[in-house]
Design a protein around this ligand. Structure first.
Ligand code: ADP
Ligand code: GLC
Length: 483
């Protein structure tokens, strides 16, 4: 099949700027598509970290007024990533988090900041850069949601549009009074357009008007058709079910590779895993001030601390395991209440529970390489990437049986153990009782080294690379173009 030109539109991009898995996906998918012969250029806001990282700039266009100030569009590169970057000081020249101000609240002008992203994407879609006319505009999450909307209400011809939902909990809802300021036509403010519960919905508009919708796992694609996971958008998603595709994310196998991971005390291949992992476990226990106990079941967590991730349940159940050889290495940040809970836990038993509340890439790798089991107790999880890294690193994933977690981990039930295919421990419903039972089951299996090693080997040989997902996306792009 012929190579396509794709404009990927995103508000975060690994390794330049990241708050979660969206950055990982937006950073890895273009490279996997390029390996298949497609040309992908990613449009990203010019946050300070982005402006510092880009090389080989070419000026594409100057905007006199991009939602409140002048702006310049650059074509540039960062490592292997091909980029368009919007330099707009009035929108993006701010330190820290791309979405939140120093007070922890959303930037008050997020509507304008991300409308600008969608607006420029639509302009590129309509040929702003004569050297890159995309066949497809692929938007990620609400922040890019207005790209397909502006294209829909603009002149024909236009490229085909796709929106990928990474997380339906974030929808980009703003006041109706912003309609004209966001340069949306009056006719966009309808049930068929951006109107959403009386306001403007960026993601809602994208779901209504994109040529197709993708989300990041087959199970999440089904879950969001119901009221609980659908979060207000399930009705619209049911209407569009024929255009909704569940495409499982991959894992960036270069960023997450135990054979070459510079953050590990000892790097390892499958054949020498047990010794190397024991050394990494000891190094992790040492680094975190945990008791240097090779027999303890060291449970790793790397996560945003939010309602979604279910870690409040872990706080609830740990009391039951006072007499068990269970240790915790938690790295996460977010909700201050959950954070305080873990801080108290660690203060009370620092040799058993270590909790770091930072964003720490090296420590995330050490936890994957040194913990025995890796916990993801999410209430919902569109895909989840940390369990994929855990599988690759030989940390046994203990996960809620939801979304992409259900699609990637094979529970060690009797059938799977007999067939020799188990890779982890799954639990459902997502309650404290089910989590406690899963942890008890994990302790039991940990006491059966032969079974445990088999599960590790199964997980480490599973292929969750980007190759297959990239082929799925490419097939979907071709389908849209020929429709
Ligand atoms: P989500 O996008 O919902 O946060 P994912 O599992 O898809 O969840 O992706 C989370 C990504 O962010 C992973 O790459 C994970 O390693 C990383 N991550 C999360 N919290 C931290 C942290 N405190 N420090 C370093 N990396 C983190
Ligand atoms: C979101 C989801 C997560 C997914 C990631 C990348 O942040 O919460 O499950 O893995 O996006 O698609």
């Amino acid at each position: 099949m012929a190579g396509l030109k794709i404009l990927s539109v995103t508000s975060e991009l690994f390794p330049l700027i990241k708050t979660g898995g969206l950055a990982d996906v937006a950073g890895a998918l273009p490279l996997a598509l390029a390996d298949l012969g497609h040309e992908v250029v990613t449009l990203i806001p010019g946050y300070p970290a982005v402006m510092e990282a880009i090389k080989g700039r070419r000026r594409v266009h100057d905007f006199d007024d991009l939602f409140g100030g002048p702006a310049r569009l650059w074509r540039a590169r960062a490592g292997a990533l091909e980029l368009f970057v919007i330099e707009a000081a009035h929108l993006y020249q701010r330190k820290g988090n791309p979405y939140l101000g120093p007070n922890g609240l959303d930037w008050p002008d997020n509507a304008q900041r991300f409308a600008a992203l969608g607006f420029v994407a639509a302009e590129i879609g309509r040929g702003l850069d004569a050297k890159f006319q995309p066949d497809i505009v692929h938007a990620h999450d609400w922040q890019a949601g207005l790209a397909p909307v502006y294209l829909h209400y603009g002149p024909e011809p236009r490229p085909k549009t796709l929106i990928t939902i990474h997380n339906l909990a974030f929808q980009g809802r703003f006041e109706a009074s912003l309609l004209a300021k966001l340069r949306l036509p009056v006719e966009a403010f309808t049930l068929q357009g951006v109107e959403y519960f009386g306001g403007i919905g960026f993601l809602k508009g994208a779901l209504a008007l994109s040529d197709a919708i993708a989300t990041v796992s087959p199970t999440y694609a089904l879950e969001i058709l119901g009221p609980e996971a659908g979060m207000g958008l399930d009705g619209l998603l049911r209407q569009r079910a024929g255009s909704l595709h569940g495409i499982l994310n991959g894992l960036d196998r270069e960023a997450w590779n135990p054979e070459a991971d510079v953050h590990l005390f000892t790097r390892y291949k499958r054949a020498i895993t047990a010794r190397a992992r024991a050394q990494n476990k000891l190094a992790l226990q040492q680094r975190l001030g945990l008791k240097l106990d090779p027999q303890a079941l060291l449970l790793g967590v790397v996560s945003r601390l939010s309602e979604q991730k279910g870690l409040d349940l872990l706080l609830d159940v740990l009391g039951e395991f006072a007499g068990s050889p269970l240790q915790l290495a938690l790295l996460g940040s977010g909700d201050p209440v959950i954070q305080q809970g873990f801080a108290r836990l660690a203060a009370a038993a620092p040799q058993r529970f270590a909790c770091s509340f930072a964003y720490d890439e090296p420590l995330a790798h050490m936890i994957q390489g040194g913990s025995d089991a890796f916990l993801v107790p999410s209430r919902f999880e569109p895909c989840g990437l940390t369990q994929l890294a855990a599988l690759r690193y030989g940390a046994i994933p203990v996960v809620a049986h939801v979304g992409g977690l259900a699609d990637t981990v094979i529970d060690a039930n009797a059938a799977a153990l007999q067939a020799g295919v188990a890779t982890g421990i799954c639990f459902y419903p997502v309650t404290r009782e089910a989590l406690a039972a899963a942890l008890r089951r994990t302790l039991t299996l940990f006491g059966e080294p032969k079974t445990w090693r088999k599960m590790q080997a199964n997980g480490m040989s599973a292929d969750f690379s980007w190759d297959q997902p990239a082929r799925h996306y490419a097939a979907l792009y071709h389908q849209l173009i020929s429709a």
